[in-house]
Design a binder for this molecule. Structure first.
Ligand SMILES: Cc1cc2nc3c(=O)[nH]c(=O)nc-3n(C[C@H](O)[C@H](O)[C@H](O)COP(=O)(O)OP(=O)(O)OC[C@H]3O[C@@H](n4cnc5c(N)ncnc54)[C@H](O)[C@@H]3O)c2cc1C
Length: 410
């Protein structure tokens, strides 16, 4: 269903509605229509909301500002983008048929595969036709007197609804840092959350990446392999755990499908919704050697389980947390060959697990490459973006980082 500027589709209540209330295209700005529910967003949440509304026999209108389904996975197409949740967990749970029909290729699926999954879901359950794409909702207000929401699209079309479901995502608004001078930058810059659909070829270019959160940690190793030179601008060093992503064998797929109900039941009751939970054992009660062995064995498994499926005092007792943090600091120290660079990459000043913990694929090792440079913004803060690069510095020393012609802001 492709949208046009001033029309939208109403999904009717199911069978019991009269024909006058069925699927109408309503034309013209300012035209108000009434439905039971309005859904905003065509990501995981919005697709499921429309599925449920239809099951409940309610009428609805659904809107998405992008041109297709996928939400997070429609927008975040940067190199290396992917899930840090295991594929068999990062899936819908409402349909056993879907769980059996869909086969994930690997442990941590990339953006393209997750988007394919959501397109498959939209297709399988006929959800795409419910959405008016390329349509941003700009206003929603609740009227006490009528107990109705008035929802307005960017084109000025107004819909009234008893229920408003804002499936707009927690991370769907790109945050471009307000660095002075960005508007003067002559070369190209991109935000990971609004990545060009046609991709970006970094071959032979000098690139700067500003930010080392989860998206930065995913894209930096991939871009470093392609570009001529990469400068990473880091404000706060991040702890990161190896993902150890790998393809799923046919035998493993079969096992996961057989056990899927049991896996989901574990997730449902686990503290962070994963198929594992903190164990009764406490890090502080183990002797140091046994603790290191256990940390190391879990580290080799990859994934969040290292922290969230481990000792229950790691996020409850600062002394236990410090042991885990020191283990990761040692891993960074041994991964990075230049001790001065390692020092800058080693996080301090906050407990491990209190910022979103990224998973990575050779993130720290990437700083051993000849074409990668790390700028510590706590030593030399960004002063401005100029026509040709990013100026960092602290008096009396100032340095200029030149880019021709790409800067990235994850
Ligand atoms: C790079 C990245 C990696 C992630 N990895 C994981 C992970 O490993 N595990 C995990 O659990 N979570 C992860 N997340 C979080 C992820 O956002 C959620 O898991 C999930 O995809 C959110 O789904 P959603 O439907 O709630 O929102 P979204 O997927 O964000 O969808 C919201 C949709 O609403 C639309 N929208 C917003 N405002 C409007 C408006 N005004 N009008 C019309 N449309 C609007 C947006 O365009 C968007 O398409 C990750 C997020 C990112 C960005």
């Amino acid at each position: 269903m492709n949208s046009t500027a001033n029309t939208f589709l109403l999904r009717p209540r199911s069978a019991h509605l009269s024909s006058t209330e069925t699927n109408h295209a309503i034309a013209g700005p300012g035209v108000a229509a009434t439905v039971d529910a309005v859904v905003i967003g065509a990501g995981f949440a919005g697709l499921y909301a429309t599925y449920r509304l239809r099951q409940l026999g309610l009428s609805y209108a659904a809107f998405e500002q992008g041109a297709g389904v996928g939400g997070t996975w429609y927008w975040n197409r940067y190199p290396g983008a992917g899930s840090d949740s295991e594929s068999w967990v990062y899936s819908y749970t409402f349909s056993e048929e879907l769980a059996q029909a869909w086969t994930w290729s690997c442990r941590f699926p990339g953006q393209a595969e997750i988007r394919r999954y959501l397109e498959h879901v939209a297709e399988r359950f006929d959800l795409r036709a419910a959405f008016q794409f390329n349509t941003r909702i700009t206003r929603a207000s609740y009227e006490e007197a009528s107990a109705r929401w008035r929802v307005v699209t960017e084109q000025g079309v107004e819909v009234c609804a008893r229920y408003l479901i804002t499936a707009v995502g927690c991370l769907s608004a790109a945050q471009v840092p307000s660095i002075p001078g960005l508007e003067q930058f002559k070369a190209s810059w991109y935000h990971t959350g609004q990545w060009p659909h046609e991709g970006v070829d970094f071959t032979g270019l000098r690139v700067g990446v500003v930010g080392t959160g989860s998206s930065g940690i995913q894209c930096i190793p991939v871009i470093a392999q392609q570009c001529a030179h990469l400068t990473v601008f880091q404000r706060t060093p991040n702890f990161s755990i190896p993902a150890r992503n790998a393809p799923l064998s046919a035998a493993r797929v079969g096992e996961l499908k057989r056990k899927i109900k049991q896996i989901r039941e574990t997730c449902r009751w686990s503290t962070i919704g994963q198929p594992y939970d903190w164990q009764d054992a406490q890090a502080l009660k183990l002797d140091p050697e046994a603790l290191q062995e256990r940390f190391e064995a879990d580290w080799q498994k990859g994934g969040f389980e290292w922290l969230f499926g481990s000792f229950r005092d790691l996020l409850a007792d600062p002394r236990a947390n410090a042991l885990a943090a020191n283990f990761v600091r040692e891993k960074i120290r041994s991964a990075v060959t230049d001790p001065a660079v390692a020092r800058k990459l080693i996080p301090s000043g906050y407990p491990i697990g209190t910022k979103r913990l990224p998973l990575d694929a050779n993130y720290f090792e990437t700083f051993n490459r000849d074409n990668v440079e790390l700028v510590d913004l706590r030593e030399t803060p960004i002063e401005e973006i100029t026509a040709a690069g990013i100026r960092t510095g602290c008096k009396p020393m100032r340095s200029m980082h030149w880019f021709s012609p790409r800067v990235l802001m994850p």
